[in-house]
Design a protein around this ligand. Sequence first.
Ligand SMILES: Nc1ncnc2c1ncn2[C@@H]1O[C@H](COP(=O)(O)OP(=O)(O)OP(=O)(O)O)[C@@H](O)[C@H]1O
Length: 253
Amino acid sequence: MTIAAQLSRLSIKFHRHSILENINLTIPKNKITVFIGRSGSGKTTLLRSFNRLNDEYPECLTEGEIKLDLGTGLQLYNRLSPKALSELRLKVGILFQTPNVLPVSIEKNISLPLAKLLHLAEAEIRDRVQQSLQDVGLWEEVRHRLHSAADKLSGGQQQRLCLARILALKPKILLLDEPTASLDILAARKIEELIEKLAPKYSLIMVSHSLAQACRLADRLCIFDKGRIIAIIDNKQEMQEEKLAGIISALPE
Ligand SMILES: Nc1ncnc2c1ncn2[C@@H]1O[C@H](COP(=O)(O)OP(=O)(O)OP(=O)(O)O)[C@@H](O)[C@H]1O
């Protein structure tokens, strides 16, 4: 198995209160890893450790090792300068539960980060805008209204636009925090199909509250309980909704 990320002895505290304890986990490259478990068990906090987003909270203390392969083999991403941190976040994109489009046009949602963060030339920006919108299946829907306000799109379209904005930056790892939770069934299914389509090219790590969705998508499934990973399942045949529900409901409150 090729490894995209490796966490060793990772512990995270907020206000000196332990949230995650002694996490040891490898993330397979160009596969889908899904985190499931009860609310408050630490899934989102662990997801945010891969792009060191928890470091933005002054009351947060992260201990242990975070190693990532962002194109040059596994490297330690522990004490980072502000420049290294922003480079890291270009390579490790995060999609949140609620679409966070910028209050500008559809086109600018993608082109602004490319111009401001990567300083790309106009022609390259145009190419990446079109390519990323095609990658998320949005190009045909928006090509004639690229200059319209992004917040007028439907929720599902906005979520796909947010994904296009991340893909345009050419990341290696995609973090997805309950990416379909705010969407209706059809829009959610479209995002799921996209996630499956992206998997051969990107290493995806996703938090999901839907056991059915987790079973459909996961190559590796991690079950969380009270700040620990209590089981890792790699065998697709063992990923059954009822079985997982049984494991989680049998855990002591
Ligand atoms: N910025 C923060 N400051 C203080 N405590 C935090 C912060 N972020 C998370 N926590 C705490 O960490 C614990 C784990 O939260 P986290 O969001 O990681 O759990 P989760 O498993 O993703 O939950 P859910 O499924 O409800 O999203 C919770 O007790 C939460 O209150």
